[in-house]
Design a binder for this molecule. Structure first.
Ligand SMILES: Nc1ncnc2c1ncn2[C@@H]1O[C@H](COP(=O)(O)OP(=O)(O)OP(=O)(O)O)[C@@H](O)[C@H]1O
Ligand SMILES: [Mg+2]
Length: 394
């Protein structure tokens, strides 16, 4: 009897699942480490590997391991020997084709490219001194040589964007000015809408639109967005704030189709700022989360779909400004560090290419710009905001 129990226990013990050694393919060297394909054991899924990547990094004595792809029965892992974000060398051309800027490096060693035609609007969040303005500098420096109009909203009294004014087509430093400028942008949308209807196209990039009729794309940079929504005197300012919020939202909804792109920076962009903020945030699909002081802010920026992205953002240390977790076109998250672009460098780029800044009058078509009313805009969202696959830029 006793013997039988021991045998049963032994059999039980033998059946205990142990972690099986991974079946590694050939290690292929990369500039920063190596790449390897692993054959999955029966019952394993790529998720099983996703969960243990940091354990693997320790076991392999490398800085990090990432899962970069899978095929049925196989996953591909990339190991990086040293931290590629320790220093991010600049000195390259930031511009990378129309509306594309190589603003930094991903931890995979690849460029982090902001491509406005792929991901039109970006939310750039971080605590003070985390690197938000540096990223804006990189964008200014990268876009300055391109046939693109730049617009600044800088409610910190203009300290951030005034140095780049010669390359900006418009700069607003007070809320009333912002409200006017946003109304002008809605006006620009209105006239581009008419242009697109006239040529029966759904966006300004459509090949059917004659090249000479194609309007200049506009990138709008907003620093410290909270200032647009905060009210010292709610009674007096409520209307203005509501107008600002609605216009921003319309621009975000229709911007992709009409070539107007938003980069919204802020320490916090939470619903506490007002009802319009959540709707606006939902339109800003590109996300950059620098170092933040609380989980809430990281979740607000990155969403709570992937707790690992939030955890990674919370680990960014203050002595690594410019480091961020980013969500972009492939809807996966990456660690990134932007190239260090000083105010002086961005200013020099802005000066050098000042003649490329189209005047505001040219962009708006003059002072008597027509602005669609609320109802027309709502219709336009239905008509133009849903991207038609055929019409997407190539
Ligand atoms: N990628 C980077 N590499 C090296 N240094 C950086 C990088 N990004 C930013 N810095 C440095 O960190 C400091 C803070 O950066 P930045 O001004 O961009 O922060 P911020 O988030 O805009 O802060 P604030 O909210 O106070 O405006 C600056 O001195 C800047 O030079
Ligand atoms: Mg700043």
């Amino acid at each position: 009897m006793r013997g039988l129990m021991i045998a049963k226990q032994r059999r039980g013990l033998r059946r205990v699942e142990v972690e099986r050694a991974p079946r590694l393919g050939l290690l292929r060297p990369t500039p920063t480490g190596f790449r390897v394909t692993v054959r999955l054991h029966d019952g394993q899924t790529p998720d099983d590997y996703e969960r243990v990547l940091d354990k693997l990094a320790h076991a392999w004595r490398v800085h990090s391991v990432r899962l970069v792809g899978w095929r049925p029965g196989k996953v591909t892992l990339v190991a990086t020997m040293t931290d590629p974000l320790e220093t991010v060398a600049g000195g390259h051309s930031l511009a990378d084709g129309l509306l594309r800027v190589r603003v930094g490096r991903l931890d995979s060693g690849e460029w982090f490219v902001i491509d406005f035609r792929k991901v039109p609007h970006w939310l750039n969040v971080g605590a003070t001194q985390s690197g938000k303005s540096n990223l804006a500098n990189a964008l200014i420096a990268g876009l300055a040589p391109q046939p693109v109009a730049l617009v600044g909203f800088d409610l910190k009294g203009g300290v951030e964007f005034t140095p780049y004014q010669r390359r900006l087509s418009a700069l607003a430093t007070e809320r009333a000015e912002c409200a006017r400028l946003l109304a002008d942008l809605v006006g620009i949308i209105t006239s581009r809408m008419a242009l697109c209807r006239q040529h029966r196209v759904k966006n300004i990039w459509h090949p059917r639109l004659p090249e000479e009729a194609r309007p200049t794309p506009i990138v709008v940079l907003v620093d410290e967005v909270a200032e647009l929504f905060l009210m010292a005197d709610p009674k007096a300012e409520k209307e203005e704030v509501a107008a600002v919020a609605t216009r921003l939202l319309r621009i975000a909804q229709l911007g992709r189709a009409f070539g107007i792109y938003l980069v919204v920076c802020g320490q916090r962009v939470g619903s506490d700022l007002g009802p319009g903020v959540t709707a606006l945030r939902a339109q800003l699909t590109g996300r950059i989360c620098h170092m933040v002081n609380d989980d809430e802010t990281a979740k607000m920026c990155l969403g709570d779909m992937d707790s690992r992205a939030v955890a990674a953002a919370r680990q960014i240390s203050a002595d690594r400004p410019g480091t961020a977790v980013v969500l972009g076109a492939d809807s996966r998250w990456h660690m990134e560090r932007s190239v260090h672009v000083t105010e002086e460098e961005a200013e020099a780029a802005a000066e050098e290419h000042a003649e490329l800044a189209p005047s505001w009058a040219l962009l708006t078509g003059g002072p008597a710009i027509e602005v669609a009313d609320a109802e027309e805009l709502e219709q336009a969202v239905d008509e133009f905001a849903a991207p038609d696959l055929e019409d997407l830029p190539v």
